[in-house]
Ligand binder design. Structure first.
Ligand code: KIV
Length: 275
């Protein structure tokens, strides 16, 4: 866990490296990560001092209008990674490997390279023990990787919902095995999604790499990640219960558009001459 000593402020100019992210496990401050899928959002988050910007496959739900992330393709991720990465100078950009894009080690490396070629400095994929060979292949190819264990959204259809993980000792042992597999295979950090906080604390204590939680307890992981649309109220039709919103940008945009519609309609149109 990060130490309580006041850390040095992160540099605002140099690119944050995977090694620097890894070191924050022991030095702090806690890692602040958010998602971005386009140039202006990525640039704003970078200017705000976010450490890690994930071009997540959550783009499928909050931008592309799909019901879950299983519809997201490599073509979608290539497009969004390229435009988001263009806006970032300092934060570490992670490209997310979408559903069925890493079924074999060779496919995983090929698609990871495509996201790196779009400007990402690292990639992320879902799965622990079952993905060890894919993670090893990617990291041995020299591509930095963030793991993702706990609830795996790309498996939501098989699982029948977004179910919390690590609620009993068997679940905790499975998470510990997944975390160790990801770490041994060469990941420099790991996302813990919808993990019971006591289980997240055990995994965080057991690993040398930082854990980045989402709905896994605010104070037990080495960092936090949120979908920016949830944080900023940009997808006002649904906000997960665990999210503490900092703005209601969707509501503001709708109100701005309503004012624009009203002000446009107020201007009287003069009929063309001769009518
Ligand atoms: O795609 C995504 O946004 C993610 C985060 C929720 C971790 O994987």
């Amino acid at each position: 866990m990060p130490s309580l000593a006041a850390p040095e402020a992160p540099s605002r100019t140099a690119r944050i490296t995977p090694a620097a992210i890894r070191a924050r496990k022991f030095t702090g401050p806690r890692l602040a990560a958010l998602t971005a899928y386009d140039y202006p959002t990525a640039r704003l988050l970078d200017e705000a001092g976010v450490d890690l910007i994930l071009v997540g496959d959550s783009v499928g739900m909050v931008v592309l209008g799909h019901p879950d992330t299983t519809h997201v393709t490599m073509a979608d991720m290539v497009h969004h990674t390229r435009i988001a990465a263009r806006g970032v100078e300092r934060a570490l950009v992670i490209g997310d490997l979408p559903y069925r894009s890493y079924e074999t080690p060779a496919q995983a490396v090929e698609n990871a390279r495509r996201l790196i070629d779009c400007g990402a400095q690292a990639v992320k994929l879902e799965g622990g023990v079952a993905m060890r060979r894919q993670i090893e292949a990617i990291t041995q190819a020299g591509i930095p990787l963030v793991g993702h264990i706990g609830m795996l959204p790309q498996h939501v259809l098989e699982e029948g919902g977004y179910k919390r993980k690590g609620k009993d000792e068997a679940g905790i042992q499975a998470l510990l095995a997944d975390g160790r597999a990801v770490e041994e295979a060469g990941a420099f950090a790991v996302v813990l999604e919808i993990v019971d906080p006591p289980a997240a604390a055990r995994v965080t204590a057991a690993l040398e790499i930082p854990t980045i939680g989402i709905s896994s307890g605010l104070d037990v992981c080495d960092g936090e990640i949120l979908v920016t649309h949830d944080l900023a109220g940009l997808f006002p039709w649904f906000t997960p219960k665990f999210v503490r919103q900092e703005a209601q940008l969707g509501r503001e945009l709708r109100a701005a558009a309503e004012r624009y519609v009203a002000r446009t309609r107020e201007v009287l149109v003069s009929p063309p001459a001769g009518r």
